[in-house]
Design a protein around this ligand. Structure first.
Ligand SMILES: [Zn+2]
Length: 233
């Protein structure tokens, strides 16, 4: 009974330690996840900014083209006024009509560009807010996690000491096996036996093992290899 009792206490301490360790890892993991989201949002913002710059440049180019075309049109109009033959007049008239049409298309394109610029500006403002909020959230969470970590680390340290003390129940000959188990499975290295069934693998103990267990022997489950102990009545 003493062995089972000691192992139950040891198992309980391992479970508590594992829970604290899980809590310790959870905070940084949550921060990391938030940082990944932030990186994605920042990339979206950068993309919107790049597109915005491109559209503005395009609008500038088209505006410049329009001004050049308008100067050309003015020039053609001057020539039209000075046309000396009907043929020259007709050719110039045709050129002017074609250039006016081209300019009208260009003006529409410039309007489209400016619309895109406005839309992208709106997207940038939205994305900047999302990024700022994400940064704010990460800052707050980092503070919270840091505040909790000190207490959790202290608790983990106390539990590690308690576990080390409770390990006196492990016979020297089994220590290496026990350490290997703990290294691989942590708190799940130990399993309670209920109604003659190992609760780790749900396999019934052999009559021989059942007897050994009840006799207070230190044994490992022949099915899953966990360190097993009898449930307290
Ligand atoms: Zn088992």
């Amino acid at each position: 009974m003493a062995v089972s009792n000691g192992l139950q206490i040891l198992h309980d301490l391992h479970l508590k330690l594992q829970a604290v360790q899980d809590d310790l890892e959870k905070g940084p993991r949550l921060i990391k996840a938030k940082e990944n989201v932030l990186a994605k949002k920042q990339a979206e913002l950068d993309l919107a900014k790049a597109k915005h710059t491109d559209q503005r440049k395009l609008a500038d180019q088209k505006n410049l083209q329009l001004k050049t075309n308008e100067a050309k049109l003015a020039d053609l109009n001057t020539k039209l006024n000075m046309a000396s033959t009907n043929r020259e007049f007709d050719i110039l008239k045709g050129q002017i009509a074609a250039d006016k049409m081209a300019n009208s298309v260009l003006e529409d394109e410039i309007l489209d560009c400016m619309e895109q610029v406005d839309l992208l500006k709106g997207k940038i403002i939205e994305a900047e807010k999302v990024v700022a909020d994400a940064k704010d959230g990460i800052g707050k969470m980092t503070e919270q996690v840091a505040a909790a970590q000190a207490g959790l680390k202290e608790r983990a340290e106390k539990l590690r000491l308690a576990v080390a003390e409770a390990e006196v129940v492990i016979p020297k000959d089994f220590m290496a096996t026990y350490r290997r188990l703990v290294g691989a499975h942590g708190a799940d290295s130990l399993a309670v036996v209920e109604n003659n069934v190992c609760t780790s693998c749900n396999v019934s103990l052999s009559p021989q093992q059942g007897m050994e267990l009840r006799g207070g022997r230190f044994i490992f489950c022949i099915s899953c290899g966990k360190l097993i102990y009898a449930a307290m009545a």
